[in-house]
Design a protein. Structure first.
Length: 95
């Protein structure tokens, strides 16, 4: 099990690996998948966006909190978010 990090301990490059769910498939089926896939996720903070880091170079998915989006004010940082090749998922931290 991975340690649980608090919001203050997480950095923008705290990438985690998540295993894809196991799929039951008949091995005799002609198109049966044989390899499991994992997804790399990154937790995004304001600093990463303001500095213009291309998040897709670090992960397949990205997640942030609403406060980070409220802190993004300059045009270049907003452009960085708008041109991501994937959706930036916004989640409220657990209470």
């Amino acid at each position: 099990p991975r340690p649980i990090l608090t919001r203050h301990e997480m950095g923008w490059l705290d990438a985690i690996k998540t295993d894809a769910p196991e799929v039951s498939v008949d091995p005799a089926a002609p198109s049966a998948p044989s390899v499991s896939h994992s997804v790399t996720k990154v937790v995004v903070d304001t600093n990463a966006v303001v500095k213009g880091f291309r998040l897709e170079r670090f992960a397949d998915e990205a997640v942030t909190i609403p406060e980070v989006l409220h802190e993004i004010r300059d045009k270049q940082a907003r452009h960085t978010l708008a041109t991501l090749p994937f959706e930036l998922k916004v989640q409220d931290p657990d209470p």
